[in-house]
Design a protein around this ligand. Structure first.
Ligand SMILES: [Zn+2]
Length: 443
C-alpha cells in the first residue's frame, strides 16, 4: 500500500478564532471545504511565539532546546554580534543590511539551525521521497540550489523542489517575481503560482506550503482586521491548490492535509523600550527585543546576574513574566513573586506559586526556551497589550503582535484531513508527517 502524498499548509499568524469564523462565515470556501472533510483542534505554539522559532519547531519537530533558533533577534555569543532575522526593515538596517540578509536567507539554515536537528525534508528524502517547500524560512535539505538572481552567488541546501521568494527556484514555474514585495500582497500570489505548478505536475510526496500575508495584515490591522484584509487572499492561495488537482475531490483523493498556523496574535496598544529599565546595567548586558518577547544576554565580564535584572523589571508595566535558570532549576518571576521548577520523573517539581506560569503548556515550552544555548540568560514575556520596540525603533502598537506566553499569542488552529494524528503542539506536526509515510510503508 502506498500512502497519500501530504500537503502541509502553514498560515502564519492565524488565530483559532479567525480560522473558526472563516470556516463558519462562508468567506473562506477553501478552508471550509477542508474543514468539512477533516478533524479540527487547537494546539500550542512554542516560546517565544515568533515565526523563525515556530517554523524551525514545526519543521524539526522539536523545541528551541534542540533546533537552537531562539528569537527574531539574538546575540551571537561566539561572533559577538546581533543576529536580526527581520523584525522590521529598520531593524535589518540597524543590524547591518548585508549581514542581516545573509543571516535571514542563508545562515539561519546553514549555520544557526542545529546540525543534529533533523528537518522533515531531510528525514523524508533520506527515505527516498521527494519533498518541496514554498517560502518557508526553515528549509534545510540535502540538495544544493544556486540563487536565481545573477548577482547573488551563494548556494543554499534545501529540499529537492525548493522555492523561496524568487531567490531560489528549483524549477521554472512562471510565477511572478516576489522578492519581499509584501506591501503589494504579492507573496502569497507567488506561493499560489508555485503551488499550482507543483500540484499540476504532482511533483512531490510532501509539500510545505507557507502563506505569510495573513500575519503581515494582522500586524498592521490587528488580529480581527486581518480577516477583512488578508483572509480572502489566503483562502485563494489554498483554493489554487484544489483547482490545480482538478477540484476538491481529486485533491483530497491524492493528498492528505495538515493545515495550521505557527502562532496567534493579540492586539497591542502600547510599545516600550526594554533597554530603559535596565539602563544602569547597560555595559554588562545586551538586550534583544522584538514584538512581544525579549531576551537579555550577560556579557562575559558582566557585573550583574540574571536575578538582579529580573528584579529590575518588577516595576516595568510592559513586562509580565521573566524566566531564568538558577542552579539547575528554572525560575519564573511575575509581579515580584517567584516560581521554581525542574523536570521530574512524572512531570514537573515546583516550589512557589504555580499560578505565576498560568499560560498554555508553560512549563514545557519555557524549559525548552531556557535550554537553548543561543538564548539569553533572562527571557521576557510581555504583558497583554504591550510590545517591545525593535532595534530599528519600530513596533506595531495600534495593530497586532505575538511572541509572549499568553494564550492569544500561543494557541493555534490545527486541521488534519486524511492524517490521523493527535497534534497538541506544533512540534507534533513533523512526527505526524513522518508517521503518515512510515505507516503506509509498513502496511
Ligand atoms: Zn508575525
Amino acid at each position: 500500500m502506498t500512502s497519500k502524498k501530504l500537503v502541509l499548509i502553514v498560515v502564519d499568524g492565524m488565530t483559532p478564532a479567525a480560522f473558526e469564523r472563516a470556516v463558519e462565515s462562508g468567506r473562506a470556501p477553501a478552508l471550509a471545504l477542508l474543514a468539512e472533510h477533516g478533524a479540527y483542534r487547537r494546539a500550542t505554539s512554542v516560546f517565544p511565539s515568533l515565526t523563525p522559532v515556530c517554523l524551525s519547531s514545526i519543521v524539526t519537530g522539536a523545541g528551541p532546546d534542540v533546533h537552537h533558533i531562539p528569537h527574531l533577534v539574538w546575540w551571537h555569543r561566539q561572533e559577538r554580534r546581533i543576529v536580526e532575522y527581520g523584525s522590521s526593515f529598520a531593524a535589518l538596517r540597524a543590524a547591518g543590511m548585508a549581514q542581516s540578509i545573509t543571516d535571514t536567507i542563508f545562515n539561519m539554515n546553514a549555520e544557526h539551525l542545529a546540525r543534529d536537528a533533523v528537518t522533515v525534508y531531510e528525514a523524508l528524502e533520506d527515505g527516498g521521497l521527494v519533498t518541496a517547500a514554498v517560502n518557508i524560512t526553515c528549509y534545510r535539505g540535502r540538495t544544493k540550489h544556486l540563487p536565481v538572481l545573477p548577482w547573488v552567488t551563494k548556494a543554499a541546501y534545501g529540499p529537492k523542489r525548493f522555492f523561496f521568494y524568487s531567490l531560489f527556484e528549483s524549477d521554472q514555474t512562471g510565477a511572478p517575481f516576489a522578492v519581499r514585495n509584501r506591501a503589494g500582497g504579492s507573496i502569497d500570489v507567488y506561493a499560489a503560482a508555485v503551488g499550482r505548478w507543483l500540484v499540476t505536475r504532482d511533483g512531490f510526496d510532501f509539500l510545505a506550503y507557507y502563506l505569510s500575508d495573513f500575519d503581515y495584515a494582522s500586524h498592521a490591522h490587528g488580529p480581527e482586521g486581518a480577516e477583512d484584509v488578508a483572509l480572502v487572499r489566503t483562502d485563494a492561495a489554498i483554493q489554487t491548490l484544489l483547482d490545480a488537482a482538478g477540484g476538491a475531490d481529486e485533491f483530497l483523493d491524492r493528498y492528505a492535509v495538515i493545515l495550521h498556523s505557527d502562532h496567534g496574535q493579540t492586539t497591542v496598544g502600547r510599545a516600550a523600550q526594554l533597554e530603559l529599565p535596565l539602563a544602569s546595567h547597560a555595559d554588562s548586558i545586551v538586550v534583544t527585543a522584538s514584538n512581544r518577547a525579549g531576551q537579555v544576554y550577560l556579557l562575559p565580564d558582566a557585573r550583574v546576574d540574571a536575578a538582579t535584572l529580573a528584579r529590575a523589571l518588577d516595576a516595568e508595566p510592559s513586562v509580565e513574566t521573566t524566566l531564568r535558570l538558577e542552579g539547575g532549576e528554572a525560575v519564573a518571576r511575575r509581579a515580584g513573586e517567584e516560581l521554581r521548577f525542574r523536570r521530574a520523573a512524572d512531570g514537573w517539581e515546583t516550589t512557589g506559586d504555580a499560578s505565576i506560569l498560568d499560560y498554555p503548556d508553560a512549563f514545557h515550552r519555557t524549559w525548552s526556551a531556557l535550554a537553548n544555548p543561543n538564548a539569553g540568560e533572562l527571557l521576557i514575556s510581555a504583558a497583554e497589550g504591550w510590545e517591545f520596540v525593535d532595534i530599528g525603533g519600530r513596533h506595531h502598537a495600534g495593530g497586532g503582535s505575538h511572541g509572549s506566553l499568553v494564550e492569544g499569542d500561543s494557541i493555534v488552529p490545527v486541521l488534519t484531513v486524511g492524517v490521523d494524528a493527535p497534534i497538541e503542539r506544533i512540534t507534533d506536526v513533523t512526527p505526524a508527517v513522518l508517521a503518515h509515510f512510515t505507516r503506509a510503508r509498513v502496511a
